[in-house]
Ligand binder design. Structure first.
Ligand SMILES: N[C@@H](CCC(=O)N[C@@H](CS)C(=O)NCC(=O)O)C(=O)O
Length: 200
């Protein structure tokens, strides 16, 4: 498997998982604004990451997590149907991207690219309101467990912690999250596999 990788992008979800489960992966560092033509052909939307395995190219970070975890099953980092925690696992895997990180894209663009005076507007306030409500789903779970599914560390924690990290570190949105969510993020970010991932 090879991974077209940009540091501090969603690609770190994948390098983090690989580090945790000891899966070797070829990392091809790319310049976001000057992507190699082979990568543009693999992913016409020009987003990263892109995971390539043989003839398959996956350009959704959560799909890549599920794919790698399934190929290296059994691993304690994934939860299968029939295991308790499966519903939570799916819920938080998807929430991490669809509910928490995808909405941040518009905030990031507006924060860094909008003209002065237009950085805060109806849309950015609506997104922040939505994020606060979704954080309540995390809080509900994290009030009773250190982890999001099955009381153990899984790829669902990676999915969510990465998204919360972007909100905190890139956008300074720490105050929109309940203490339980911040504490979860800090526990996840302290893991040695995550620390190694940040330097790749
Ligand atoms: N849902 C996709 C989103 C991919 C994505 O938007 N990646 C960002 C970097 S983290 C990107 O390439 N942004 C540039 C763009 O949208 O053109 C995933 O989870 O991988």
């Amino acid at each position: 498997m090879r991974l077209y990788h940009v540091r501090k992008s969603r690609s770190e979800r994948i390098t983090w998982l690989c580090e945790e489960i000891g899966v070797p992966i070829e990392i091809i560092n790319v310049d976001m604004r000057n992507q190699p033509s082979e990568l543009q052909a693999l992913n016409p939307s020009h987003t990263v990451p892109v995971l390539v395995d043989g003839d398959h190219a996956i350009s959704e970070s959560i799909a890549a997590l599920i794919y790698i975890a399934a190929l290296h099953s059994p691993t304690s980092l994934s939860i299968g149907p029939g295991e308790s925690g499966y519903a939570d696992y799916l819920q938080f895997m998807v929430l991490g991207e669809a509910g928490l990180l995808a909405p941040l894209d518009a905030l990031i663009r507006t924060t860094f690219k909008a003209p002065e005076g237009e950085k805060e507007n109806f849309t950015t306030r609506a997104i922040i309101d939505k994020l606060k409500r979704r954080a309540k789903i995390l809080d509900q779970k994290l009030q009773h467990s250190d982890y999001l599914a099955a009381n153990r560390f899984t790829a669902a924690d990676i999915s969510v912690a990465f998204a919360v990290g972007v909100a905190i570190n890139m956008l300074g949105l720490k105050d929109i999250y309940p203490d339980s969510v911040i504490a979860h993020y800090e526990r996840m970010a302290a893991r040695s596999a995550f620390q190694k991932t940040c330097t790749r």
